[in-house]
Design a protein around this ligand. Structure first.
Ligand SMILES: C[S@@+](CC[C@H](N)C(=O)[O-])C[C@H]1O[C@@H](n2cnc3c(N)ncnc32)[C@H](O)[C@@H]1O
Length: 229
C-alpha cells in the first residue's frame, strides 16, 4: 500500500490559495491504488495528465499561479507508476512542483484551461487522465467566480459546468489504450455523464469506487475506448 504523499511542506497560508486535500482527494487516491495493477500492467502509461491544480488562462498565471491544489493526486500517481514516465500536468502551481519534489517525483506543471493548451498536440496520446473537478451545485456562472478558492469547488448547474466542458476533451485526448478517472457526486447525475460518454463519444465506463462522505456520495468513474487491449 502506497502512503499518502507527504504534504508537510504546505502551510495554512498555502491553503488560503489552493484546494486542501479532502475526502474527495483521498477517494481518488484509493481508486488509483485499486487500479494499480491494471494501470501498470495493462495501460502501461507513458503520458499521464491530471487536470485541476491551477490552470485557467495563461494570461492570469502571474496572479493565480499558486491557487487550486496541492499536488497530492499527481504525486500519488507518479509514485504508483514509478519513475521514468513523462508527466504533463495542466497547472502552473509551484506547490504542485514542490509536492512532487518533496516526494521524490518530478512533476511538470502546465498552466492552461482544462487541457486546451495541450490539444491538438496530445490528441489520442494521453494514457491516463485524472480529474477531481469542481462538482458542487451552485448558481450558474459561479465557476467563473473571482474568488479562486470558490472556483475550486463551484460547479454551477448540477455541478456539471466544468465537467461537461471536459467530456469531449477526454474523448479527444485518450490514447487507444488510455483510461480516464473522473470524480463525480450524485448531484452531477453520473449515469447521465456515462450515457453522454457512451453515445456521444463512444467511451465505455464503470464505477471504480464510491463512498458516502457526509452528505455527498462521490464516485470515481472510469472511461475507456473499446476494445481495451
Ligand atoms: C475539487 S478541486 C480538486 C483539487 C485537487 N486536484 C485534489 O484532488 O485535491 C478542483 C480543481 O479543479 C481546478 N479547476 C477548476 N476549473 C478549472 C479549469 N477550467 N481548468 C483547470 N483546472 C480547473 C480547481 O482550481 C481545483 O484545483
Amino acid at each position: 500500500m502506497l502512503p499518502t504523499p507527504n504534504l508537510d511542506h504546505l502551510t495554512a497560508d498555502d491553503y488560503e490559495h489552493v484546494y486542501e486535500p479532502a475526502e474527495d482527494t483521498f477517494l481518488f487516491l484509493d481508486a488509483l491504488e485499486k487500479e494499480a495493477e491494471f494501470i501498470k500492467n495493462r495501460v502501461k502509461p507513458t503520458i499521464c495528465l491530471e487536470i485541476g491544480w491551477v490552470a485557467f488562462l495563461i494570461i492570469k498565471q502571474s496572479l493565480d499561479h499558486r491557487r487550486s491544489g496541492s499536488g497530492c493526486v499527481s504525486t500519488f500517481l507518479a509514485q504508483l507508476i514509478g519513475a521514468g514516465h513523462a508527466y504533463i500536468n495542466p497547472y502552473a502551481s509551484s506547490i504542485t512542483y514542490k509536492t512532487g519534489m518533496k516526494n521524490n517525483v518530478l512533476l511538470d506543471p502546465i498552466t492552461t484551461d482544462l487541457m486546451s493548451g495541450l490539444l491538438p498536440r496530445l490528441n489520442h496520446n494521453v494514457d491516463i487522465i485524472c480529474f477531481n473537478p469542481p462538482y458542487v451545485v451552485t448558481q450558474p456562472g459561479d465557476v467563473n467566480s473571482p474568488n479562486m478558492l470558490e472556483r475550486a469547488w463551484a460547479g454551477g448547474i448540477d455541478g456539471r459546468e466544468v465537467i461537461d466542458r471536459t467530456l469531449p476533451l477526454i474523448a479527444e485526448s485518450l490514447s487507444s489504450n488510455g483510461v480516464c478517472y473522473l470524480l463525480s457526486v450524485t448531484d452531477n447525475k453520473p449515469n447521465e455523464i456515462r450515457q453522454i460518454m457512451l453515445h456521444e463519444h463512444g467511451l465505455s465506463s464503470e464505477v471504480v469506487l464510491s463512498r458516502l462522505t457526509g452528505i455527498e456520495k462521490p464516485s470515481i468513474l472510469k472511461f475507456w475506448r473499446e476494445p481495451l487491449i
